[in-house]
Design a protein around this ligand. Structure first.
Ligand SMILES: C[S@@+](CC[C@H](N)C(=O)[O-])C[C@H]1O[C@@H](n2cnc3c(N)ncnc32)[C@H](O)[C@@H]1O
Length: 348
């Protein structure tokens, strides 16, 4: 999969992402899901001269694809094979803060969907689904090792599948299950076909979310992003299903609020200050043209917010001795234009 052409992944909502990130020449950006490097290349083009990009991906094959795509940006791109759940530590390690923008383009790339790691039932491959092959638990481990009620719970919670108990029961009866087609056929036999969408789609989504702890990492990275953005820095998230979008929406709305005390509390006791300003009240979705050219984009939803945090809010990028304080509104931009650290491509 690592040698596949990187051109087969079309970046979703590309112009909309660049606009929401408000890219400036000389800016510093983090692409938490660098994938095939499509968004990253466009960010680097737009932030030239002097722009810098830190690209993260949990999947080493994706990082190889990004490395190929970003060949021409060796001086300005740093690629790191890690989970974005470790965003703060990664940025501290490479002294990459404060930043002008952070992008998350969640979910799977076309390279992963068309690969041999069990993400899709379009072809018959082992039930794996790990973004990071060093992770211990694969989809096969969950399918073959969980109790019926645990399986049903996963399928219900992460797939929003109303027939979760029926599916879990049929999985238990047919174990061991080792391949994608075997699982898809068992599910189809259990619940039948309704409409265009294959009945295994939701279960596959659920297993992938469970294997990769996707929702936990998303909740965690959003909080960390707040500490790393400079004043006016942008947080842009593209999600592909309602569970992700709900987390992003609620997080941004909550952080854009002042007091979050329960209604009718006479005096504010929460002391909550807004740290974000919403850029678009309404979620941004692809045009019909984009969906036609790239059907994978059809469920995409983009939300964006701007950091309002200043030094006086006491936001820090770390809690160890040498933590870094986010600089004040008009001084931090000068800081990010620093030339001192030459950024190199680390992967491989
Ligand atoms: C939709 S793709 C990104 C595509 C990319 N924007 C492009 O234009 O090529 C999502 C990527 O995020 C990665 N990913 C998903 N969850 C991750 C996590 N928790 N940490 C790091 N990478 C993650 C996946 O491995 C995948 O390569």
């Amino acid at each position: 999969m690592g040698n596949k052409s990187t051109s087969s992944h079309k970046p979703v909502l590309l112009q909309e992402s660049l606009k929401a990130l408000a890219i400036e020449p000389g800016g510093r950006y983090v692409d938490c899901t660098v994938g095939g490097g499509g968004h990253a290349a466009a960010i680097l083009d737009k932030s030239a001269p002097g722009g810098q990009l830190l690209g993260i991906d949990a999947d080493p094959n994706a990082l190889e694809a990004a490395k190929e795509r970003l060949q021409n940006y060796k001086e300005s791109a740093l690629l790191v094979n890690d989970n974005f759940g470790n965003l703060r530590d990664i940025c501290l390690k490479y002294k990459f803060y404060p930043v002008h923008g952070i992008l998350l383009d969640l979910g799977l790339s076309s390279l992963q969907l068309g690969g041999d790691r069990g993400f899709s039932f379009q072809s018959n491959t082992p039930l794996d689904m790990r973004f990071d092959p060093n992770q211990k638990v694969s989809a096969a481990d969950i399918v073959n090792g969980s109790s019926e009620s645990k399986l049903a719970q996963i399928i219900r919670a992460y797939g929003e599948e109303s027939q979760s108990y029926r599916i879990a029961r049929s999985i238990i009866n047919e174990r061991p299950i080792t391949s994608t087609l075997q699982l898809a056929q068992i599910i189809e036999k259990a619940v039948g076909r309704r409409g265009k969408i294959h009945p295994a789609t939701k279960t596959f989504q659920a297993l992938r979310i469970a294997v990769n702890h996707e929702l936990e990492h998303l909740e965690s990275v959003l909080k960390q992003a707040l500490d790393l953005l400079g004043y006016g820095g942008r947080l842009v998230v593209i999600s592909y299903h309602s569970l992700e979008d709900r987390i992003v929406k609620q997080f941004m709305q909550q952080e854009a609020k002042g007091c979050i005390c329960p209604p009718r509390t006479p005096i504010c006791i929460c002391g909550h200050n807004p740290r974000l300003k919403l850029i678009n009240r309404k979620v941004i979705v692809p045009t019909e043209m984009e969906i036609k050219n790239n059907p994978r984009s059809r469920s995409a939803k983009l939300r964006a917010a701007e950091s309002t945090a200043t030094q006086s809010d006491g936001h820090v990028a770390g809690d160890s001795h040498d933590f870094v304080t986010i600089a004040k509104s008009n001084s931090w931009q000068k800081l990010t234009l620093m030339q001192k650290s030459r950024i190199v491509l680390l992967a491989g």
